[in-house]
Design a protein around this ligand. Structure first.
Ligand SMILES: NC(=O)c1ccc[n+]([C@@H]2O[C@H](COP(=O)([O-])OP(=O)(O)OC[C@H]3O[C@@H](n4cnc5c(N)ncnc54)[C@H](O)[C@@H]3O)[C@@H](O)[C@H]2O)c1
Length: 462
């Protein structure tokens, strides 16, 4: 009998995690685990469950290995999904990959812990004593010790079981949906911790069975609160570094300097070799909210109203407004946006992914519409943009002659290969704006040859 791993939440993280664990092999090359994904019976969860049960990965991805591995595990019979929580009774391991939302009301971040508590109760009412629970969901520091452990203890108490009969661990995800989606789980460094030493040991044994730990050794931290902090601090660090560059991009723009060249010069210095470059904005589910979670933890879990995170929170707000800088640049090139047809290239939050949550393109499109523009959207991986409730073209671009401006918002691989000379060859001269510094010299040459007005964020005069 193979150990059974239940993955709770089949989103961008949980679905890929289910495939990674189902693809793990034992010493004889046989599947190491049976994996069952569990989601809710609603219009989000049900289609994800159905996809897995039909041998399909639920999300489009540039990484074809994730869909072929999902299909292979489904054919082998060790990967399936359900909406029935009764399956948790058979689990040896439960991995929690549900979402945890935070909202910014005025300037204060707020989170509702009840959906997470409900998710914990969903398996706490069923799991066997001795089962390992691994929390991968990004949560405010202190959540495992102060919310999840007591919730599980209460479930066990209500079932007449010993209150400390579960093994609770925390190991956060660094998965990157995109070109290396699957290997960003299996071939990447991991941090983990246990609520008890026994839980830390059990978590380590589990992680070692599907992660390439010889090339990517694990790091154990001494408590879940420490590893919860690690997750938030690394994402906040990234959000702050991006926001930091934004103010320099505006300065460089104003004084006519190409900040990309400045950044390349600075990167030569080894201590500064990962300084960010100017861009369109920051989106996705993580960098837009994770820097807000420490304040929630300090205030709502530890009762510390005096602990503030001004850098992290300012970064979220600066990054949120970044697409409006591109909109201003477009207005400078195009003039008034009323009744102008603007083609947005890329609606996902980053290159080579299909996830449109909190994408900078959305901020841009909403603000452009408010100014009277008509928005057309293209993305090689998306055909419907739920946040904007609009259809997205996935195939060939609309004719250049039918639009007033084209804005490169996401550096998808497909756009790097775009033959702009042919597309602009019909005599059309839409304004071209590159917000992400992605166009090649040949593409710029084609734009100039066509006689289009053009601009680029962070590059100064072109
Ligand atoms: N998306 C990323 O790239 C990424 C990377 C690292 C970490 N994370 C973190 O991982 C977590 C999950 O992110 P995601 O992008 O997969 O979210 P998601 O919203 O795509 O998926 C969450 C899933 O959980 C399901 N769910 C919610 N409550 C449930 C319950 N009680 N039982 C079963 N299923 C339930 C939802 O229906 C949904 O399918 C978040 O905390 C996120 O911050 C995300």
């Amino acid at each position: 009998m193979r150990p059974l791993v239940c993955i709770q939440g089949l989103g961008f993280v949980g679905a890929a995690m289910a495939v990674a664990v189902a693809s793990a092999k034992d010493a004889d090359g046989r599947p190491a685990f049976d994996v069952v994904g569990v989601d809710l019976p609603d219009n989000v969860g049900q289609p994800r469950v159905s996809a897995i049960n039909e041998g399909r990965f639920p999300f489009a991805s540039e990484d074809h290995s994730v869909s072929s591995a999902a299909h292979a595990a489904w054919r082998t019979g060790n990967l399936s999904a359900t909406v029935d929580p009764a399956i948790y009774a058979k689990a040896d391991v439960v991995v929690v990959d549900v979402h945890f939302d935070v909202a910014l009301d005025n300037t204060s971040p707020h989170a509702d812990f009840e959906p997470l508590r409900a998710a914990v109760r969903a398996f706490g009412q069923h799991i066997r004593p001795g089962a390992l629970v691994v929390i991968e969901t990004t949560v405010p520091p202190g959540t495992c010790a102060n919310i999840i452990a007591p919730e599980l203890a209460a479930c066990f108490r209500a079932r007449g079981l010993s209150e400390d009969g579960f093994l609770l661990a925390h190991s956060y995800e660094r998965v990157m949906p995109g070109e290396h989606y699957l290997s960003s789980i299996t071939d990447y460094w991991r941090v983990y911790s246990g609520h008890t030493p026994a839980a830390a040991e059990a978590c380590e044994r589990f992680l070692c069975r599907f992660i390439n730990v010889s090339d990517y050794p694990l790091t154990r931290l001494h408590s879940p609160t420490a590893s919860e902090i690690a997750k938030l601090m690394e994402n906040s660090f990234r959000a702050v570094s991006i926001a930091f560059v934004e103010e320099w991009a505006r300065f460089a723009e104003a004084v006519g300097v190409d900040l990309f060249q400045v950044v390349y010069a600075i990167r030569k210095r080894p201590t500064h070799n990962n300084i960010r470059q100017p861009g369109f904005g920051v989106g996705g589910y993580c960098l837009t909210k994770d820097p807000l979670l420490p304040r929630v933890a300090a205030r709502d879990i530890f009762g510390r109203h005096d602990l503030l995170f001004p850098f992290s929170e300012q970064a979220v707000q600066t990054n949120q407004k970044m697409p409006l800088v591109s909109l201003k640049a477009l207005e400078k090139l195009l003039g008034d946006l009323v009744r102008k047809r603007i083609l947005i290239l890329g609606v996902a939050y980053r290159q080579d992914v299909a996830d449109t949550r909190y994408s900078p393109s959305e901020t841009f499109a909403v603000a452009a519409r408010k100014r009277g523009a008509e928005i057309l959207a293209h993305d090689p991986l998306v055909d419907y943009w739920p946040e904007m409730d609009m259809r997205v073209e996935r195939g060939p671009l609309p004719a250049a002659a039918s639009i007033d401006a084209v804005v490169f918002c996401v550096p998808h691989k497909a756009y790097r290969q775009l033959d702009l000379a042919t597309w602009l060859g019909d005599g059309a001269r839409p304004v071209v704006l590159d917000t992400v510094g992605m166009l090649s010299d040949a593409q710029w040459a084609a734009i100039r040859a066509a006689g289009s007005r053009h601009g680029a964020i962070g590059k100064g005069p072109l």
